[in-house]
Ligand binder design. Structure first.
Ligand code: UTP
Length: 279
């Protein structure tokens, strides 16, 4: 199964840090955020990982390139663990597609349409946002199981947010068919609080029917003037069943803002016992 990782956004909310360093390369503990995302896709047995990048984000490609000189230098000075870490990052199987302009998440995903639709029988594919981490890799396998139980239907991860925050997210509505699984009936991008159909917000993990690529080709700019994935999913919902997996908010971390990045680092440092008595 293919995995698409959109990482071509401007990172506006993290400026000026993201002026020269892509947001997806900001470190979460010792690793750049996007490396967690690539490792999560591999753990879910993705056989092709496509990062959507932009012409100004060369550093993303540099991170995943081999650096034999650095590896040799580290090895020669006895820094074996660091040499191995550099080797590992440089050998992760990723490829890149350029999004010429940051026209929105839907547009970024559509940049990989040829790759997804080239097969004789196009398969469902994963989308993992490049600034959202799932350190225990716990979500995609459950989404795949739900999809397989329902004739390869699309599955979206969602989580409960306070009603006052719904207008920051895509929001779904539907009926619960199990405690943590919903059949989706409605979806809307960044609704005002009084028009939100629920408080189940879309989290950055999707398992999507290839049909969405055809729908994205005709999706016009929506909220914020961006080509929104949610709008294409609303069209998909008119044709195909879709499901949502309700995750525990502690399973995943958004690192797209200063606050959320800082909280993620602190929570993961605590989990690993790195901070000791310091915080
Ligand atoms: P975000 O909206 O969180 O990222 O998109 P952003 O646009 O970089 O952030 P701000 O709003 O300017 O602060 C979620 C993911 O989708 C990618 C981003 O890189 C991020 O990883 N994205 C977003 C694209 O690849 N292309 C786009 O046009 C928009």
């Amino acid at each position: 199964m293919k995995a698409i990782i959109p990482a071509a956004g401007l990172g506006t909310r993290f400026l000026p840090a993201t002026k020269a360093v892509p947001k997806e390369l900001l470190p979460v503990l010792e690793k750049p955020a996007i490396q967690y995302v690539v490792e999560e896709a591999l753990a879910a047995a993705a056989d092709e990982i496509i990062i959507i990048s932009s012409a100004t984000k060369h550093a993303l490609e540099a991170h995943f390139n081999c650096d034999l000189g650095l590896e040799a230098l580290l090895a020669a000075t006895g820094k074996t663990a660091y040499a191995e870490a550099v080797h590992h990052a440089g050998n992760l199987p990723v490829s890149f597609i350029e999004q010429a302009q940051p026209l929105g998440l839907g547009h970024a995903i559509h940049c990989a349409a040829e790759k997804v639709c080239a097969a004789v029988a196009p398969e469902p594919f994963y989308v993992l946002l490049g600034d959202v981490l799932v350190p225990e890799n716990s979500i995609l396998p459950r989404m795949l199981a739900i999809s397989q139980e329902h004739d390869n239907a699309s599955v979206i991860a969602v989580f409960e947010v306070p009603m006052e925050e719904v207008s920051r997210f895509g929001v779904i509505a539907g009926e619960a068919i199990k405690q943590d699984i919903w059949r989706i009936s409605e979806m809307v991008e960044k609704p005002p609080q009084d028009r939100a159909p629920s408080n189940l917000a879309i989290f950055g993990r999707y398992l999507l029917s290839p049909r969405v690529m055809e729908l994205l080709a005709h999706t016009v700019p929506g909220v914020g003037g961006e080509i929104q994935l949610t709008d294409a999913l609303v069209s998909l919902l008119a044709e195909e069943e879709m499901y949502a997996l309700v995750i525990d908010p502690e399973e995943g971390f958004d690192v797209g803002t200063v606050e959320s990045w800082l909280i993620t680092n602190i929570k993961l440092a605590r989990r690993r016992g790195i901070l000791g008595e310091l915080l």
